[in-house]
Design a protein around this ligand. Sequence first.
Ligand code: ADP
Ligand code: MG
Length: 333
Amino acid sequence: PRLANQIAAGEVVERPASVVKEVLENSLDAGATRIDIEVEAGGVKLIRVRDNGAGIAADDLPLALARHATSKIHSLEDLEAVGSLGFRGEALASIGSVSRLTLTSNSDEQGSEGCSAACEGRDMEVVVKPAPHPRGTTVEVRDLFFNTPARRKFLRTEKTEFNHLEEVVKRLALSRFDVDFSLRHNGRGIHNLRGGQSVAEQQRRVAAVCGPAFMEQAIYIENAASGLQLRGWVGLPTFSRSQADLQYFFVNGRVIRDRLIAHAVKQAYRDVLYHGRHPAFVLFLDLDPAQVDVNVHPTKHEVRFRDGRSVHNFIFSSLHRSLAEVRPADHVS
Ligand code: ADP
Ligand code: MG
């Protein structure tokens, strides 16, 4: 099983950013409303994530580190109707096999005070001991890939690794406006995002995540038709022209990258503004979950729409209308 864990780790754990993704998704699955992330050396030296979610009972701590142990799937029907973000039960085991992992948690049952479980690389000898912790969980991952030099060689500079990691935090922060997030790197505060569901509060978060320059140039759009709902912010071309990577698209709350959607957005920009270069946007599409398959691949952010053509048309026409309404004369040249 040790070797199996390390092989599985290759699929899930590519770099510090993938650790953060798995760990944050677990916090969200546990119903956390506040998540604090602390990182050192781009995440290679330390990733510590603390949440105020449901916690893990002491007896279940070793299980949480075991491969194929998930508390989220109990039957085949569950697997098909999976609503939680993680469901394969291998993330923590994989991370633990290539790092020094400590899990400290308190499920707050019958006045429990908290327990921690630690494992170190391949040895996977899980030691559980009492450790005070408020309700919730702290996952600490130290020295990522310390025992897999081959994988460590593929890591880029501290700055690059941190950028990837920050990107994961940004995506999740945009997908859950109701949750507080904070991120610190090498002792410096990078993000401190307060939760809030009103449009004004959401707008503040988008500005904090995407930069104030985006928000100054963005328009808010909202449209609904035949079971499809689209809302969010799109950048006007003066801004968009200079931004290559500010493109966030969420389907039923999950970030995705999809060629059909990219094409629809690009085409709307091109049609109204005579160019489709680097549109910048933060958009949320909601539709009947039965109309979309989001589990095409658990790590690749792909989706498959039942009716791709009407999704394409809906996004194109929603954007086209909003962009055409606001197009100031000086954008056309
Ligand atoms: P999965 O998320 O696919 O179930 P993981 O390996 O990511 O598998 O996590 C294993 C189990 O550990 C989860 O099913 C859950 O029961 C527990 N767990 C992990 N992180 C947390 C957390 N932050 N809060 C509560 N439970 C957690
Ligand atoms: Mg998980």
